[in-house]
Design a protein. Sequence first.
Length: 440
Amino acid sequence: MIPRYSRPDMVAIWSPETKFRIWFEIEAHATFALADLGVVPREAAQVIWDKGSAATFDVARIDEIEATTKHDVIAFLTHLSEIVGPEARFVHQGMTSSDVLDTTLAVQLARASDILLADLDALLAAIKRRAKEHKYSITIGRSHGIHAEPTTFGIKLAEAYAEFARNRERLVAARKEIATCAISGAIGTFANIDPSVEAYVADKLGLAVEPVSTQVIPRDRHAMFFATLGVIASSIERVATEIRHLQRTEVLEAEEYFSPGQKGSSAMPHKRNPVLSENLTGLARLVRGMVTPALENVALWHERDISHSSVERMIGPDATVTLDFALARLTGMIDKLLVYPENMKRNLDLLGGLHNSQRVLLALTQAGLSREAAYAAVQRNAMKVWEMRGDRAGQFASLLKADAEVSQKLNPAQIDAMFDDFYHLKHVDAIFERVFGPEL
């Protein structure tokens, strides 16, 4: 994590202070549960809770102890005993380090998910507003980067809305899958701690009980979580890549907001670069890069090893912090995006109406030509326009009218009727209703 790509609420989830506070709560809740079972004196559990809740855990002191113990949980428990006093001997009864570490990670990832879900809600709201604004802003659709048939900028945004709505559903499922509690002791057999303790702690922390945890929570859960973050990152990149193309000088159908005083280049004062969308492309690569290590963490030795530990200490904070920043940046970019319908219309007309070639093809087949003959007739005229230089306006229709084979099947009025661009927009309302419901 670096401050340039971090936001404070997400960073706070991963701070040492937050981590140690969650460690304490797990230990204290477990001690209360053990008191209910008669394993620990209730008065001792209350002292542990009262003193620990009032304390500020000294990160430097814990680090100092760990320098000797080479074990972070033991270092924390030692510091906790310095705060609590003699009653600290009842802490961590029957538990193992992974009970604390894995349950804490579940809490942190669940909290991170809540921030990411709020980010997605903000992004969806921004996309929805701009989609409504440009519902009928006609533009050329492109396949393989080449002019295809018309669409609208609103439909482009509706596609993004539907995609991020799916991502939101995926993240809700991933949050549910990751939010499990394991207080099952060494090897996960509950030999020295009752399963009711796990249930108690899970309830207090808003987690589900892990059905079987060996000595760790199974890492397929974490793999699914980080894979979901990777998919969301890829969706961010898809939208960013679209905007990067649309901002190219030769296209300029949309453009990132360029604020007063902003500079695009240290050498060329005229430059207005798509720096935000380029930045988002890079951030998406980082988040996706953390998916493979999470997948590789699934295969641990027997009931546990710690090959996953160093990975998760890095990708947990880095993936969530980076994605939080990226979602917020994309929301701001969509919210202030400059859209140029007049340039869209200019680009739509660049090829003299070639985007209506399919309409002509279909009309010829309906008029009696075989599909092969109709395709050949349309293509030979389309290629003449394609190879023209200069003004192509109206050339495609003119060539079709002059083609003997075409004119035998279609009269000039019929050909002209096929060059109404708004024909392509007749189902925009139906698409919007599918995505947004009837209100748009």
